[in-house]
Design a protein around this ligand. Structure first.
Ligand SMILES: *Cc1c(COP(=O)(O)O)cnc(C)c1O
Length: 369
């Protein structure tokens, strides 16, 4: 069938692999995994994960068992980890399918340990997550103390290591970073009764905080998909996504004509407008109303009026070449994902994961088999 939108989402798998290699080299001598939760941040885990496996990645992080099962079919030998653990009642199936949980509480440990102990040594190894300051998931300090005092809770349970997650790694000078590092070290020392265990702390941004944050395994997500790890590092990684659409209609509006729902834009002089078929249902966020930009032939054109569900209107008065069918860059060399996110008042993560299902998706840079 013909693409339902003239919009095309191009995803460069070679760029994702290049980004993984760069992050892996930054992480070394620590190993480098890949976070492919939320369908690889909206870009398609079925395409992304096998490309990373072929590049040498062995540890894949998702959130839910269903996401893990998709990977398991494609990657029979990968280590697949569930960041939110095995939900109650799924422990036996997760164990049987080799989906290793991140154990986020003593209760998680109590549910997982008997299942894993019975299946050991074939059970997938679990990570123990300690909360070092994110206050979201992971054993809080009192639970770390209780576990340290009763290491038998995990006797016979295959363990991959101890991990934690950084709250402010995208701000290198934020005091949170060193505080979390210190708390992580305290928790690791407390858990010494469990025996020597590998450690994991850094997400993508964490890899840019310095060697102290590397430990034994890095868990980058955003960086793989080309997002900037910190404000000053916009060019650190290779762009992965290109999103283009094409002009549907051109019209001229007179002085005092209004544009779009709510008539939030009123022309002060006659304007030439292009209607472009992309809207908030496609992840072109409504907050880009009267704020976003698209690019025609490398030059910007402002979004005027509100973003509708399926359409935007763009002022092309200064683009005499604009006519129906002409390509419009929404994400690409002139406007990286992070720049679009800045316009929308959000982060690149939200732009990527909000990309809708209506684009014609094209994968380029497919690794040869
Ligand atoms: C999402 C996530 C990551 C990846 O973070 P990025 O900022 O995308 O690199 C790593 N660890 C945990 C626990 C996560 O939830």
């Amino acid at each position: 069938m013909a693409p339902s939108l003239p919009a095309e989402l191009e995803i460069d798998l070679a760029a994702i692999v290049a980004n993984w290699r760069l992050l892996r080299d930054r992480a070394a001598p620590a190993a480098c995994g890949a976070v492919v939760k939320a369908d690889a941040y909206g870009l398609g885990a079925r395409a992304v994960a096998p490309a990373l496996w072929r590049a040498g990645c062995r540890d894949f992080f998702v959130v839910w068992p269903d996401e893990g099962l998709v990977l398991r079919e494609l990657l029979p030998e990968a280590r697949i980890l569930l960041l939110a653990g095995a939900p109650p009642g799924t422990e036996a199936e997760c164990c049987a399918r080799g989906l290793g949980p991140v154990l986020n509480s003593l209760e998680d440990i109590a549910r997982w340990a008997p299942v894993a102990r019975m299946a050991a040594p074939a059970a997938p190894a679990a990570w123990i997550h300690v909360d070092s300051g994110m206050s979201r998931l992971g054993l809080p300090p009192d639970e770390v103390t209780r576990l340290a005092g009763a290491p038998d809770m995990l006797a016979g349970v295959p363990l991959a290591g101890v991990m934690s997650h950084l709250a402010c790694a995208d701000e290198p000078d934020h005091p949170c970073n060193d505080r979390q590092l210190a708390r992580f070290e305290v928790a690791r020392a407390a858990l010494a009764p469990l025996g020597p265990l590998p450690a994991s702390l850094a997400n993508s941004s964490g890899l840019f905080l310095g060697p102290a944050f590397r430990f034994d395994l890095a868990r980058p997500g955003a960086g793989l998909y080309g997002l900037r790890p910190q404000a000053g590092l916009a060019d650190a990684l290779t762009p992965v996504v290109r999103l283009t659409s094409a002009i549907l209609q051109i019209r001229t509006v007179a002085r005092n004509d209004s544009v779009g729902y709510g008539a939030t834009f009123v022309a002060e002089t006659p304007r030439r407008l292009a209607t472009v078929p992309i809207g908030y249902a496609d992840g072109y966020l409504r907050s880009l109303s009267n704020r976003g930009r698209v690019y025609l032939d490398g030059r910007p054109a402002p979004v005027v009026g509100r973003v509708s569900m399926d359409l935007i209107t763009v002022d092309v008065t200064d683009h005499p070449e604009a006519r129906p069918g002409r390509a419009v860059e929404i994400i690409g060399p002139h406007q990286p994902v992070d720049a679009l996110a800045d316009q929308a008042g959000t982060i690149g993560y939200e732009i990527l994961t909000a990309l809708g299902g209506r684009y014609h998706r094209r994968y380029i840079g497919q690794p040869s088999r």
